[in-house]
Design a protein around this ligand. Sequence first.
Ligand SMILES: Nc1nc2c(ncn2[C@@H]2O[C@H](COP(=O)(O)OP(=O)(O)OP(=O)(O)O)[C@@H](O)[C@H]2O)c(=O)[nH]1
Ligand SMILES: [Mg+2]
Length: 420
Amino acid sequence: MHETVTRTIKDSIVVGVERQGDTYFDYGMEELENLTRALDLNPVASLTQKLQTPNQATYLGSGKVTELSRLIASFDVDLVIFNDELTPSQIRNLEKELEVTVYDRTMLILDIFGERAKTNEAQLQVEIARLKYLLPRLVGMRASLSRQGGSGSGLANRGAGETKLELDRRKIESRISALEKELEVVVERRQTQRQKRKTEGIPVVALVGYTNAGKSSLLNAFVTEKQEKKVFEKDMLFATLDTSVRRVEMQKNMPFLLADTVGFVSKLPTHLVKAFRSTLEEAREADLLLHVVDYSSSYYKEMMRTTENTLKELEIDQPLLSVYNKMDRVEAREWSTEKDEIFLSAKTGEGLDRLVESIQANVFTHYIKKALHIPYEDSKAFAYVNEHTHILEQLEEDTGWYVETMMHKKHASLVTQYEK
Ligand SMILES: Nc1nc2c(ncn2[C@@H]2O[C@H](COP(=O)(O)OP(=O)(O)OP(=O)(O)O)[C@@H](O)[C@H]2O)c(=O)[nH]1
Ligand SMILES: [Mg+2]
């Protein structure tokens, strides 16, 4: 499915500025190292500095830059990765002073997304985000964002004079609008599909959460019986970039649609969030969100906060259930009994039944419970109930069938005469 990219592992140094009161700084740095490894870049050293705000010209203070320079020499690396999105001039100044390639968090994430994007829609979204990031940074950038192909042609001619630069800029701008038009067509097609589904009245449940939390695995746990319905799951950051929707029918005649979505990470680049807005429409219009959490991570709270903030940024505020996953890897942790919290393991399937119950309680609000007495003469009505409703209990009595069933409102009127 996803071919592996062969790359030589390259050493790097990661650098971060800890702002006052940033309690999540350590987590952010660990996250940065994971992102770095996701591109086969090996963080051999880490340098941090406490500052009120990053230095405008060089991100770090001047003394720290000298320290970094020494560190670069002693580890003999030619790549430094910064924990924030740098301004064009910060990149320029740092590259000049350090004589190495300077990467920032945004570039890193864009590169990972660029590598993982497989469908036309994802590729378009990443490319747009990449070009928008690139546009103000055309001058004097050493690192090439175009190393995984794509366009980015402007970079090849860096620093070749103002006229050339202006030309590159215009080229990129027109490429962005061409790509945006192309994306619009794809988005419209998706909207039509969603609209069609809406009219069918099947509820939609969307999986959201931090990258690698187990969203795709959970979707797969629901479609165990059908191999061809499975989606890609892997222990890697951003394994999923596209929304996949599957029809799930855990209980007869009570189907719902389950949508897998792109995972989040903190400080997700704004351009990328914007570009992926359409992919996340599925979540925006869902009847219920399942916030999947890797409960085995010691940073699960930070990851939850990241997801909550990203959802807020995307203005997605559907009803939400927290799903604490990977319980098979958790030893002594308290099991909450809150009703909007579910603990399970997508891997072993343990706890999945409780999730199904909760989904049902939350999304099948247009279903009603009915007790019916259908005389044996009306076997047609009985067949109808069997075919369209979810039977909870069924008894054969003297004069007919006694049936307790959950049915969609639209079916209810047809059997009112047999209601008990
Ligand atoms: N032990 C254990 N591992 C799990 C469980 N659920 C998922 N995993 C593993 O976690 C890794 C990530 O799973 P995915 O389902 O790809 O995660 P995701 O949330 O879809 O990640 P992205 O698509 O990157 O956002 C895989 O290696 C899974 O096998 C679980 O319940 N227990
Ligand atoms: Mg996934």
